[in-house]
Ligand binder design. Sequence first.
Ligand SMILES: [Ca+2]
Ligand SMILES: [Ca+2]
Length: 244
Amino acid sequence: MPSASTVLGSFARATRASVRLSSLALVSLALACGDSTTPPPGTRDGAVDTTDRDGDGLCNETEGARMTNPDVVDTDGDGWSDLWEILAATDPLDATRPDRAFVATLRENAGADLVVPVEVEVSAAGEDYSGAFEAEAIQDPLGQTAASYFLDAIATFAAPNDNVAFVDTDGEAFRAVVGRTLLGFELRFDFAGERADCARAYPFRYTVKRSDGILVASRRILLVVLPEGGSVGVTPWCVPASCR
Ligand SMILES: [Ca+2]
Ligand SMILES: [Ca+2]
């Protein structure tokens, strides 16, 4: 584990780019991400049509099935390619999806790091609460998930602080919580792999459970990985070797 000063330094660097999550926003995310099915590739006479006119990685027939434009990489013009909206289970026909409040960006700079704060409000009666990171499996052309970039998560603060008997920082847990309390966590990511020089997005969840096993919160966030100096809408998205 890094020293406290390292963690604080990481947090300070990440504050500008980090996302702050609320229960209300979680509801909108759940609505946004309701469609989590990956469409079957188009087939004709039993064979996959591997024609991909716009080169976005989605075969023409798949684009037809999903009602995306087979001649436009980004049908809704929101900067996210049709392929990656489908891989990340957002809506390629709705420019407000994915909700930018639930997107965190990591860059391919050597040693680059990112801290994503997650806050959860609970009404407690002496229970413990603990968080857990979970990467979602997607059909990534690079064979990666959010776990490829995840370092660790910690418990950071409780407000009011007196409502918690003990903050188990490294254990991502709060012990003996009473009353209405805001629990703070931080998730740390870094880039230490090979550069891909294209944009990609990896969904993950951070869940918080009560000591009796009750799920208190499940936050779904998209980790976008961009080349150094890249930006969504400008940097080309990664494409698979053959369309899907
Ligand atoms: Ca296509
Ligand atoms: Ca789009």
